[in-house]
Design a protein around this ligand. Structure first.
Ligand code: ZN
Ligand code: ZN
Length: 657
């Protein structure tokens, strides 16, 4: 699955819409497609809620000339719980990206090219669409500076803006004497009232040491050592997956992401865990009782009490991440944001980096769950080969069947994202999600692209295979083979320790560039260990990731080049890989050299490969890869008695001559 960041970077960098109508990542249960007429036609009436919002703006002290409604939650998560879909509620537009600004007379929504059609179709006459990325579109800061009087106040919920976003907006308003105000109570919540969905509060569960490989006590110790080096007294974890990984806990507050709403604050002698009382089960309380060291006592506090808590550390050095909300910074520095009171470090959290460097138990978990995941895929592809010619399989019934095959596997918890099951022209839509209106039948004439993944207690999977159940056209085979060549180039790359991921991106594109083709998304994203399918801080994209600490042993990434022919077909080949030491003849400056090892062990369909475009080295790679798939997945399919899947695996792993 392509991360939102990788795709958005592409769109913003080129200031154009590369695809005909790429929708975005799934957002809760509402995936929106520009070609989905049922979604397109439903204009949402927003007059009444805008009147209520404007009344509240006027009654603030001082009154607000404008109120900003961002799309995120307080943890700046990629996926939102429905209670946090405030911007969708106020505007009627339910695409995943966009920011609304409401003034006494105007209501505006900024979104990017993926969503122009959808936003226009869903928003009523109260709203003006601001087309981001177009030359004559003012940025939010510019618009506010041009349209508001000097001395005006602009309000926003400080939980919904990161410290970095806040700083940049404030800078663009300061010159015009417009004040950015932190509004304590969220005004959209007040308008939404009783109709706002409740914040999810599913029980939190400990994850056993056999899956995590490191006790939370050991993680605390390691993080305290980094804090000492940095001279930080207090570290605040605000990303939901950071707290989950750090304390070896998992939840289910957000669809596809096994996380729960919480904050964690770490000092040299205490750990504070802020979570909703109802979610903290007895099991969790027992899990958080330290085995030996009294310094490891975890104090459990109510989720909301994070507000104001940090003020008890006046005079200390506090470490927040770039993704921490401005509310935490204000809580740290006080209302006046007096930096002389505290020293604040704003830098990628050491937990985010430790989480990305998987330990050997986590890597083994990844290896094992990928064998089960591949077995499910073999069963699915065998089933498709039998059923597709009958014309009875659709994009939706196909993805349901695949989920059922995955659900048979040990340690399966759920899907890691909404399956992208797409036929023909739908496959050219990068973040496609089939709906009853768009779902096409699988046929022997068109390419089928399926990007899917599972959450297993021992790891997270994300794999794309592109298949043809009839006879592919020569151009389709050429494109597929060129994508495959790029995929192999990345898989076989040898590179020095800690080079940034963007150095490798070109390798994935060379064979496409050679003939004037390319793809409009990044090549790889990090993946969590039974956590979020998109995990930072590193990635493989031509634009550097801001917090990329450099590639290191133990990191898990996707390797997913593609090619999309608008209106016709889409191709993507995606494997997860982990970084291992490379055996090189030399070792310049003792840096240590690294390479990738495939975690995904599902065959690549041979019918779509044109061997005349491959070098002998590439053919050897494919043959070795297929042998590995057969050796690792064959025994499990045999043991489970899945003969059809086994036969398919054997057929698809025959050496290319
Ligand atoms: Zn994927
Ligand atoms: Zn992916």
């Amino acid at each position: 699955m392509i991360s939102f960041v990788l795709l958005l970077e592409t769109l913003l960098a080129r200031k154009e819409n590369i695809y005909s109508c790429p929708p975005d990542r799934n957002l809760g249960n509402l995936q929106t497609l520009e070609n989905n007429t049922s979604v397109m036609s439903s204009v949402v009436r927003t007059g009444a809620q805008l009147i209520r919002l404007r009344k509240l703006m006027a009654s603030e002290v001082p009154p607000l000339a404008a109120y900003i409604i961002p799309s995120c939650d307080a943890h700046h998560s990629e996926y939102l719980a429905s209670c946090d879909e405030r911007r969708a509620f106020i505007t009627g537009f339910n695409g995943s990206a966009g920011t609304a600004i409401v003034t006494a007379k105007e209501a505006l929504l900024w979104t990017d090219a993926r969503y122009f059609l959808q936003a226009e179709a869903q928003m009523d006459e109260n709203w003006t669409l601001m087309k981001e990325g177009q030359q004559d579109t003012l940025s939010r800061g510019q618009w506010l500076a041009e349209h508001l009087d000097s001395g005006a106040n602009v309000g926003v919920d400080p939980f919904l803006m990161t410290v970095t976003e806040w700083k940049s907006l404030k800078r663009s308003l300061d010159g015009d004497n417009i004040k950015l105000m932190a509004v304590k109570n969220n005004l959209v919540d007040a308008v939404w009232g009783l109709n706002q969905p409740e914040r999810p509060n599913q029980p939190i569960k400990p994850l056993e040491l056999k899956f995590t490989g490191k006790s939370w006590e050991d993680k605390v110790q390691a993080v305290r050592d980094v804090m000492k080096d940095k001279k930080a007294d207090v570290l605040v974890l605000s990303a939901l997956d950071d707290s989950a990984w750090f304390l070896n806990l998992r939840g289910s507050d957000i669809t596809y992401n096994p996380v729960f709403f919480s904050y964690t604050v770490i000092t040299q002698d205490k750990v504070y865990f802020f979570a909703n009382d109802e979610q903290v089960t007895k099991e969790v309380v027992n899990h958080l009782k330290p085995e030996k060291d009294v310094a490891n006592i975890v104090e459990i506090k109510p989720y909301e009490s994070i507000t104001g808590f940090l003020s008890s550390y006046r005079g200390k050095t506090i470490w927040l991440s770039n993704q921490s909300s401005q509310a935490l910074l204000l809580s740290t520095l006080g209302e006046k944001a007096d930096k002389s009171v505290n020293k604040v470090i704003i830098e990628c959290s050491p937990v985010t980096i430790a989480k990305a460097n998987k330990n050997s138990v986590e890597i083994n978990g990844f290896i094992n769950c990928h064998v089960r995941d591949a077995a499910a895929l073999c069963n699915y592809f065998a089933w498709l080969e039998k059923e597709v010619p009958k014309g009875t399989v659709t994009e939706i019934s196909g993805s349901d069947k695949l989920e059922a095959f995955r659900a048979e596997m040990e340690n399966f918890v759920g899907l890691s994202f909404a399956t992208i099951s797409s036929v023909g022209p739908n496959a050219a839509i990068i973040h496609y999600k089939a709906t009853p209106e768009t779902s096409r039948a699988l046929t022997t004439d068109e390419i089928y692209l399926v990007d899917s993944g599972g959450q297993y207690k021992d790891g997270t999977t994300d794999v794309t295979r592109t298949m043809h159940f009839g006879t592919p056209k020569p151009f389709e085979k050429e494109c597929f083979t060129r994508v495959l060549k790029g995929q192999i180039k990345v898989a076989q790359a040898v590179f020095p320790t800690k080079i940034k991921g963007n150095y490798l991106d070109t390798l994935a594109r060379l064979a496409l560039w050679e003939v004037g083709l390319d793809y409009g998304h990044g090549t790889g994203h990090g993946v969590g260990a039974y956590l979020n399918v998109h995990e930072g801080p590193m990635g493989i994209s031509w634009r550097p990731m801001p917090d990329d600490p450099g590639l290191q042993v133990g990191m898990v990434l996707s390797n997913e080049p593609g090619y999309y022919q608008d209106g016709e077909f889409g191709i993507r080949i995606e494997n997860l890989v982990h970084i291992v030491k490379a055996d090189t003849r030399h070792n310049f400056r003792d840096r240590g050299y690294l390479t990738f090892e495939d975690l995904t062990v599902c065959p690549i369909q041979q019918k779509l490969i044109d061997p005349t475009l491959l070098t002998q080295e590439e053919i050897n790679y494919i043959n070795q890869y297929h042998q590995k798939c057969l050796d690792m997945v064959g025994p499990l399919l045999r043991e489970m008695g899945h003969q059809a899947g086994l036969n398919w695996l054997i057929k698809e792993t025959q050496p290319i001559g």
